[in-house]
Design a protein around this ligand. Structure first.
Ligand code: GDP
Length: 444
């Protein structure tokens, strides 16, 4: 997610933060580069323009050039404006309605609509303990209803029994009734897609909407289609009305143009993102965390949540508490590294950890694979308990011994200590709450 954009923006902003003083011309030059980077990421032109205008006027107005850390001030402004552009607050699916709450899924064929329907159902069942019924209203593609039935079976979610020859609205009616009678909390209607957006599709959607009175109408759109996804969302919203968007294939989207423009162009929130083909590859869309990720500041909260979902909930909760308190020692780091080896998906996990995104560049040439993780774990295991709790006590002679003991070099030991320090600082700052990350960085 966002790798290409993140690298570009990271480079531009790094240059700014490395400078001691900034002139207005420096800010102007950086904004021109930011503008270019966003356009290359396929962000809508209007959105780019208003974004850079806002950042520039805030940066020039806010005594930035006279402040002690002007570069970091600019980074903070860019961050804040990114969050704003992404929609400020996370907007989860709204289930605040009498049960069974109807949710209607709309979108083009191949966008990932059926897969996403099953992902949402599974998550509502497992995380929110809801009883969910799914129904496919796709009578055009013969295998569509069967596909949903199989997904339901795989994920332990009920699907409406298939009756041949029914129209989409008839299926919708039967689904609502079955959900009422069966005591379901939520009923998800997976509507038919088309290759292109066309009039018959819109008419069908409007009909289903009238019958089902859905509480949420979620458009599923493929992030890889960039601005087409945004245009599609606008068209669906104008004709049918949508309450939110699910962007799929974010796992393959390095640029992020659709994700970044969607909110500003359509006024509708991205509620969820699909990050893979598997049934659990679905994430909430948190503007703040996404902005952190784009700017290479890591996304430790998502990381902890992911770990909690995949591994040991109790351990993860303890870890989160420690992070909040800023008591993150080397034993905790070793735990994290071990979990990462277990979790696989190395580069994905790494990109979520503060400081690591940048280190990755410095380590270019060195392979960032499991061997590196194992080496780091070996370094930590070669320390005494006191050293792991309080690495500041480590003297040069001990570092040499630790390097020898773990089959590494003193540089490796230092690099690990630096990574730990950066992570611990970042976590402490984040623990202070909103804006704490930057508050910490700017020494407030
Ligand atoms: P539909 O025609 O819109 O219902 O699309 P499907 O749900 O059948 O999905 C089409 C293909 O996209 C399938 O192979 C899915 O596994 C894949 N897919 C769906 N969502 C994602 C995602 O978030 N990431 C990736 N990589 N693949 C996805």
């Amino acid at each position: 997610m966002f790798e290409t954009l993140s690298e570009r923006l990271g480079g531009i902003l790094d240059k700014l933060t490395r400078r001691g003083a900034l002139t207005e011309a420096d800010v102007g030059e950086a904004m021109r580069e930011v503008r270019r980077a966003l356009l290359e990421a396929d962000v809508a032109l209007d959105v780019v323009r208003s974004f850079t205008d806002r950042v520039r006027s805030r940066a020039v107005g806010a005594d930035v050039v006279r402040s002690v850390t002007p570069g970091q001030m600019v980074v903070k402004i860019v961050h804040d404006e990114l969050v704003e552009m992404l929609g400020a607050e996370a907007q989860p699916i709204d289930l605040n309605a009498p049960a069974p709450v109807p949710i209607m899924m709309v979108g083009l064929q191949g966008s990932g609509k059926t897969t996403t329907t099953a992902k949402i159902a599974r998550r509502l069942k497992e995380r929110d303990k809801k009883k969910v019924l799914m129904a496919s209203l796709d009578v055009r593609r013969p295998a569509a209803q069967e596909q949903l039935r199989i997904l339901g079976q795989q994920n332990g979610v009920d699907t409406l029994p298939i009756v041949a020859g029914e129209s989409p609205t008839e299926i919708a009616k039967r689904a609502l009734q079955a959900a009422r009678l069966g005591g379901f909390d939520v009923v998800i209607l997976d509507t038919a897609g088309r290759i292109h957006l066309d009039e018959p599709l819109m008419v069908e959607m409007a009909e289903v909407k009238r019958i089902a009175a859905p509480h949420e109408i979620l458009l599923v759109a493929d992030a890889l289609t960039g601005q087409d996804a945004v245009t599609l969302a606008r068209a669906f919203d104008e004709r049918v009305g949508i309450t939110g968007i699910v962007l799929t294939r974010m796992d393959g989207d390095g640029r992020g143009g659709a994700a970044l423009s969607m909110r500003a162009v359509t006024g509708k929130p991205i509620k969820l993102v699909g990050t893979g083909e598997k049934a659990d590859a679905l994430e909430d869309f948190h503007p703040g965390r996404i902005a952190n990720r784009i700017l290479g500041m890591g996304d430790i909260v998502s990381l902890v949540e992911k770990a909690a979902a995949n591994i040991d909930a109790e351990k993860a909760a303890k870890m989160a508490e420690k992070m909040r308190k800023g008591a993150f020692d080397l034993d905790d780091l070793a735990d994290q590294l071990k979990q990462m080896t277990k979790l696989g998906g190395m580069s994905g996990m790494l990109s979520m950890m503060p400081g690591v995104a940048k280190m990755k560049k410095q380590l270019d040439g060195l392979d960032l694979d499991d061997r590196l993780l194992k080496r780091q774990i070996a370094i930590i295991s070669s320390m005494t308990r006191d050293e792991r709790r309080n690495p500041d006590v480590l003297k040069a002679s001990r570092k040499k011994r630790i390097a020898a003991g773990s089959g590494t070099r003193v540089e490796d030991v230092n690099r690990l200590l630096k990574m730990h320090r950066q992570m611990a600082d970042m976590m402490k700052a984040m623990g202070k709450g909103k804006g704490g990350l930057f508050g910490g960085m700017m020494g407030k």
